[in-house]
Design a protein around this ligand. Sequence first.
Ligand SMILES: [Zn+2]
Length: 434
Amino acid sequence: MDRRLQLFLLLSVSSAAAVPLSKAASGQRNRLLLISFDGFRWDYDQDVDTPHLDQLGKDGVRAKYITPPMLTMTSPSHFTTVSGRWVEDHEVVHNMMFDAKTNLKVPHRQTLTRSEWWDNGVLPLWITAQNQGLKTGSFYFPGGAANYSGQAVNRVVVEETRPANETEWKQNIDTVLSWFSEEDFHLVTLYFGEPDRVGHAKGPDHPDRKSMIRQIDRTIGYLREAIDRQHLSDSLNVILTSDHGMTTVKKRPQVEEIVLNKYLNLIQLASFEILDYGGFGILTPRPGREQDVFDALSKAPNLTVYKKNEFPENFHLAKSERLPSIVVVADLGFNLNSRLIVYVNKGDHGFHNGEMDMKTIFWALGPDFKKNFLSEPFDSIHIYPLMCKVLQIEPAPHNGSLSVTEKLLLHGGSQRNGVSVGLLLTLLCSLSRL
Ligand SMILES: [Zn+2]
């Protein structure tokens, strides 16, 4: 082969590979901040003035909406986002740790630090990134406070019981940005408990929900100023997403609410249950009574009862060993009450992920993302391979697909360098044989 051609091809190969390799080698790998605002329904910005979120869409990418996994609950959905695994695989099947055999139920907040609930052999992004030499942190993020195969996230701040106010939100942003700018962190996940709280307490149509969206919008404005102030805009990618939507709870006199004990004697027929928790419920029938429970609940209006092994495939729940044998999903807006109707929540979630009210948000901004790009909807499970791509790490086995989300990236994402290097090497080898 012509020496000049050989030299040219070699130079082409090294220049094609130069960008990501040299960045990684010199510690200039782009970083990633993953932000979740809990319970941010996909359309919450459409009836409120949100200049900063609008600007985010112009300077970066936005999806029309994204679909969370079944179950549309906080811990299951967040863990799918950070692992790229369906709920049946990661087994974080509820916000509350439970054991149907011993009747154990651990409240949500305490469950956040119970590794035995979170660690079921699936490694979340923090740990996979750390195992490849990256430095990671979690600020309030669900799952961040657990250990996985004995490994903890490099730095963890666990959410306090008292909800943070707007001033503290800004302080939290300053804190995580300083981890990037002063301590060379590569990945930080940051969680906010709103607008979920206000959505539950007041309902998604209440003026207080709208003012919370304005507060979130101001916070995004603050985030962008702070990124500039800390000189991170050229190296920091930001993904802004959420775990599920919210819908108005239907109440009398508009509807007859669901009370499951009207259709079956819960004490007699079930040995374990988690009901009274939004639109999703679980039951363990007493031995030999599964069909009785199924038949009785099948007669109840406004809900669907599933035997675990007969779940629709797109629920991705059937393989779960933790879920008891009967799962109930209420029609949109109908809460699953066991014996009494407790009038606490005006809004709720946990309903079918095909319902538009359960859809949620996705924005992204930074050096690796396109500008002013509106994406078609996608499933939240595909965020994981996108994050791995942005961080230039090898993903753990997952159920997502980069081909769904790489179109959000500049240069078409992953294939650019990998394929061109591979093709050039093949070409070089075949030419050498000539
Ligand atoms: Zn949530």
